[in-house]
Design a protein. Structure first.
Length: 96
């Protein structure tokens, strides 16, 4: 795996830590759908500043991404604005 174009994790599993953030590469985590046939479970966990957590499940031909975060000032977009109304998180509602 690379960070800013620099290789930081060469094998599986592995981890890389810096002050305030970290990246781990392993097979830990609840898959959001199903493990595609013929794939091994490979998961990248990023713990970032402001309590942001990004989990990436890597498959042969696609990936699943989960983002966890607390509400940020002025937040909007497909990640939501934390008002509990999923109807105003669509592209059409955001651009209106």
């Amino acid at each position: 795996l690379t960070v800013d174009g620099r290789a930081v994790i060469a094998g599986f599993p592995g981890a890389y830590h810096q002050e305030g953030w970290s990246v781990t590469y392993d097979s830990v985590g609840n898959v959001p759908d199903v493990i595609p046939e013929g794939n091994e479970k490979r998961v990248v966990h990023m713990t970032l500043p402001l309590g942001v957590k990004v989990t990436v499940f890597q498959w042969k031909n696609y990936m699943d991404v989960q983002i966890e975060m607390s509400k940020q000032p002025g937040q909007d977009g497909v990640c939501g604005n934390f008002n509990g109304n999923q109807g105003d998180d669509t592209t059409q509602a955001i651009m209106a």
